[in-house]
Design a protein around this ligand. Structure first.
Ligand SMILES: Nc1ncnc2c1ncn2[C@@H]1O[C@H](COP(=O)(O)OP(=O)(O)OP(=O)(O)O)[C@@H](O)[C@H]1O
Length: 582
């Protein structure tokens, strides 16, 4: 074990060890050379390991290029022009699967390049549809049974800030003519349906559902949209599959899956019956922009019922259910709608896929039946899982300093000392646990003559955007809540300070993940009190033992019980893995 406190030393050590032979990790201030694991493809999925010339395991190995991953020249050129000359390790591990038609989960550490991991293949599929002369939306409908090449891409994010970030990254992928390769637009609370037909829609689940079923809903446009979506990406998937998002996201998945079942049944019926099926596919472009008059707010369940009758033969009889319903009603006496529903339930497993679902997250708990990871395994059993090298683990490019606030010091002095250490042009992100905490810290720093900006949910959209762009352009100090922790990608954040320690291991990972991104070094100062000791000790144990922090994802109470029973987080994890082995 070597001990050093500078990244210069890290790189010297790295060259001594050879980057592909050892993975060099900074644990606190101690460096440890451990045998570098190899890239592994196992039954449980693809593990993006090994890594290129940097200590952070960000880059794919030298021989791997965007083109070798299956991306076309136009998209490769766009990535190069966007300043992304070489794929990251996670992109190399996941893009070939996403370019296929199967569902994929990308669970990889913060700053590993997950956004372009799904954007590059998504843009390629949409660009190919456009570039192959199928310019007009109506044409795209002519082959609803085609693979995933036609139709719309949809990216769901938990908040409007991340939607804007994804739209900007997608629009930065431009052709030689300087124009974005695909048309990307956003649907959020403030923005309704785009007036023109985009190739990719980026939305929050609530805003999308509101536009599909809300007060100004338009059923034919809804049907056209659900039919046209071919690839759905869930960014920050653990958040979308939990908490306040799970109902809306579940309704959207039901809608898209229902559509897949309908198309699958159509394929079956076309193969088995002589009757020509009229596939009532509304003209996508016309419907997309035409307001066909208001209608009452719909609901997914009703939609499921009504959709099921959309498939009719020349004489207008619904082929899918009426026949079956009439036959079986006579026998079982159940109502036709009950028959229809039981038909759907029977069909729910056997249907041919025609859409692709991609789930992306930096934290993906799998413990417990209702955890996002468990839900994915249950609902999407055939999915390809791609794991990042440092998923739920300490990033070796991150140096971490822990400061215990007690009777001998106070938060203000510790915080101002930490801020004064930051270089003048540095970008320092300071986390507090509440809006009041942000305002109080900002007030005190202002009084100390330390200029800072604020970011939290109570600020207006304009004030939030202004704070972020000023922070991005001029650097300085931004005091924020966890609203700025998830997914936010502001280049060159050099220092993250937790003025108030995170209340959960998941928030801890997302906070410290705002720095040391894309293989860059980063520095974190975590200020904590006795009240945070259980979580702090668990995080420090995990870093020292180089084990994942997932065991601390549980609620505070159960973590405290675990640590009390076994004495430390590391021993608790050892006991758990021993139990699992038994
Ligand atoms: N192949 C690449 N080459 C160079 N930079 C890259 C590459 N891929 C991504 N990046 C950059 O890395 C940074 C992090 O990317 P991104 O935000 O997609 O990470 P992430 O894994 O989604 O992080 P988080 O989990 O925090 O959302 C971005 O600034 C992005 O431009």
């Amino acid at each position: 074990a070597f001990s050093c406190s500078s990244h210069r030393c890290l790189y010297r050590l790295q060259s001594a060890c050879g980057s592909n032979i050892w993975t060099v990790e900074t644990i606190g201030f101690n460096l440890r050379c451990v045998p570098g694991a190899r890239r592994r493809f196992s039954a449980s999925g693809i593990r993006a390991e090994g890594g290129g010339e940097d200590a952070g395991g960000f880059w794919a190995e030298k021989g791997i290029t965007w083109r070798s991953l299956g991306l076309d020249g136009e998209v490769v050129g766009a990535l190069m022009r966007a300043g992304l000359p070489h794929p990251s390790l996670v992109q190399a591990a996941a893009i070939p699967s996403i370019l296929g038609t199967g569902d994929v989960v990308v669970a990889a550490e913060t700053g590993s390049g997950k956004t372009h991991t799904y954007l590059a293949p998504l843009v390629q599929k949409m660009w190919k549809a456009g570039a192959s002369g199928i310019e007009d939306a109506e044409d795209k409908e002519k082959s609803p049974f085609e693979g995933l090449g036609f139709g719309l891409g949809l990216v769901l994010c938990p908040n409007a800030l991340l939607c804007h970030q994804v739209v900007d990254m997608a629009n930065a992928l431009r052709g030689e003519d300087g124009q974005p390769l695909v048309r990307v637009d956003m649907i959020s609370g403030g923005q309704g349906w785009p007036t023109y037909l985009p190739d990719v829609v980026v939305a929050t689940p609530a805003a999308l559902l509101n536009n599909l079923f809300g007060f100004d809903a338009n059923r034919r446009r809804r049907i056209a949209f659900v039919k046209a979506v071919r690839m759905v990406v869930f960014d920050e998937a653990d958040m979308l599959l939990g908490g306040g998002f799970v109902r809306d996201v579940g309704r959207l998945i039901d809608l898209f899956r229902l559509e897949e079942k309908r198309i699958s049944k159509l394929r079956e019926l076309e193969a088995s019956v002589e009757t020509k099926i009229e596939f009532k596919e509304p003209e996508f472009r016309r419907v997309w922009s035409e307001a066909e008059g208001q209608e009452e707010a719909g609901d997914v369940a009703e939609e499921v019922e009504r959709e099921a009758q959309e498939i009719v033969d020349e004489s207008g009889n619904s082929l899918l259910f009426e026949q079956r319903a009439q036959e079986s009603t006579a026998s079982s006496g159940q109502s036709a709608s009950m028959q229809r529903r039981s038909e759907w339930l029977r069909n729910r497993k056997e249907y041919k896929r025609s859409k692709q679902y991609i789930f992306v997250a930096a934290t993906l708990p799998q413990a417990g039946k209702s955890s996002p990871g468990a839900v994915l395994k249950q609902k999407f059993p055939a999915m390809t899982w791609v794991h990042g090298n440092f998923l739920h683990r300490h990033n070796p490019m991150l140096e971490h300093r822990w400061v215990h606030v007690n009777k001998d010091n106070n938060l203000l002095s510790v915080l101002t000392d930490a801020l004064r250490e930051s270089r003048s042009n540095a970008r320092t992100l300071v986390f507090a646990n509440s809006v009041e905490g942000v305002d109080a810290i900002a007030r005190v720093l202002d009084q100390c003559g330390l200029k800072c900006m604020r970011y939290h949910r109570d600020l207006s959209v304009e004030d939030k955007a202004a704070a972020l762009s000023s922070f991005e352009e001029e650097g300085g100090t931004l005091i924020c809540t966890d609203a700025a922790a998830r997914g936010l990608d502001i280049p060159n954040i050099t220092h993250v300070i937790q003025a108030e320690f995170a209340t959960s291991a998941v928030d801890f990972i997302h906070r410290i993940g705002r720095t040391a991104r894309a293989g860059q070094p980063g520095f974190v100062t975590s200020i904590y009190t006795d009240a945070n000791l259980t979580l702090v000790n668990a995080m420090r144990d995990a870093m020292t033992a180089a084990i994942p922090v997932e065991g601390a994802f549980s609620r505070k109470r159960s973590l405290r019980r675990k640590v009390k029973k076994y004495g430390s987080y590391e021993d608790a994890q050892k006991a758990k893995s021993a139990l699992t082995k038994q």
